[in-house]
Write a protein that binds this ligand. Structure first.
Ligand code: FAD
Length: 329
């Protein structure tokens, strides 16, 4: 089969316990745009157990055809089963490119698929487009986010992962029609993978937060996070952080904003003691109103700020808390 025979854009429809991860809808939106440019189709690969009913949702958000692999073996995310089942779908559809969320699931599965197909995988893309020659191009930060590389993949299918909230989903259209095709999967009974226990972890979905109070290395010690948490609580906000705080184990990676953390688009982003490195701002630059507190009037975050308070956070934040408390009565 020649490389030219590959056509269409396939989205891996990530679902957990029957709930589709919203990154899927965003990827379908981008896949529609790409497919329309190429005059090709959008496919979704839906893998799981008792998930068939989710197909229509994928069609409403842009899929022309949904390949469903419904098997008890796909009830939990056993990456060996998921890999083999997904490869079957890919073999059937022969897409030009495969788009996956840069989620834990996507990051676990995508490299295994790309290795099995001996094809290229571009991780954490910030944009995808079709160039004037009709090539599928993947854009991602390189050299610690200081440049944006444009990457084409010679082998097909090309593979890209994209972080949640990078793209916008198209409006849900319940009148959209599409096809559903079932793909059989009968993998081995034992892949060597066993779920021993599920441990619920602190649930922080910073990417969906409407208000974020983020803090950086301006904070002197871990215990001082308390004042940031107090302010966040008063504002019904989620606490965000720059990477050094995560590296120092002051706060979990779920809170990290930026290049190697999460992309956020809140209505209000308050950056406290954060300098505004390119690796940080890449994760928050699409926020609505940005308010910064920094003792350095020349901190680069000023460029991204609608309001910039020059001052010591240890003076400004307690005053802010006091004022908000007064206002709230
Ligand atoms: P600093 O740059 O040290 O800034 C601290 C700021 O606090 C300064 O502007 C200072 O003026 C101010 N300040 C100090 N004391 C006070 C005070 N008392 N009151 C008010 N202001 C005060 N970083 C991220 O954030 N997210 C990422 O995802 C990320 N990914 C990376 C990936 C790679 C591959 C690499 C190489 C780096 C990455 N980084 C990331 C790190 C990034 O380069 C910066 O080092 C980091 O963003 C700096 O964090 P900061 O602004 O908190 O600290």
């Amino acid at each position: 089969m020649s490389q030219e025979d590959y056509s269409g854009f396939m989205v891996f429809a990530e679902q957990h316990d029957g709930v589709i991860h919203p990154v899927t809808f965003e990827l379908l939106g981008k896949a529609r745009e790409l497919a329309e440019k190429k005059g090709s189709k959008v496919y979704a690969a839906l893998l799981g157990y008792n998930v068939g009913s989710l197909s229509s949702e994928l069609i409403y958000y842009g899929a022309d055809r949904v390949y469903v692999v419904d098997s008890e073996k796909l009830k939990v995310f056993d990456v060996m089963h998921y890999k083999d089942a997904f490869l079957k779908v890919i073999e059937k559809a022969k897409p030009e490119a495969i788009l996956m969320g840069a989620t834990n699931t996507g990051r676990t599965l995508a490299p295994r698929i790309s290795a099995a197909l001996k094809t290229g995988l571009t991780a954490d893309c910030t944009d995808l487009f079709i160039d004037e020659k009709g090539n599928f191009i993947q854009v991602r930060p390189a050299f610690s986010g200081n440049i944006f590389a444009h990457i084409g993949t010679k082998t097909k299918p090309a593979m890209a992962t994209v972080r949640y909230r990078t793209f916008k989903a198209i409006e849900k259209d319940t009148s959209r029609k599409g096809e559903v095709e079932k793909v059989e999967y009968s993998g081995p009974d034992d892949t060597g993978y066993k779920v021993l226990e599920k441990i619920p972890r602190e649930k922080v979905n910073i990417s969906d937060a409407e208000v974020i109070v983020a803090v950086g290395k301006g904070l002197k010690k871990k215990e001082d996070l308390k004042i940031i948490e107090d302010l966040a609580k008063l504002l019904n906000a989620t606490v965000g952080a720059s990477r050094p705080l995560v590296d120092d184990d002051w706060i979990s990676r779920d809170h990290q904003v930026g290049f190697s953390g999460n992309i956020v688009k809140p209505k209000i982003y308050i950056a406290i003691g954060i300098s505004g490195s390119p690796q940080h701002t890449v994760g928050m630059k699409d926020s609505g109103i940005v308010i910064s507190i920094n003792k350095d009037p020349n901190a680069p975050i000023a460029e991204y700020s609608d309001y910039f308070i020059v001052g010591d956070l240890y003076e400004v934040v307690p005053k802010l808390i006091e004022e908000i408390k007064k206002k709230k009565g």
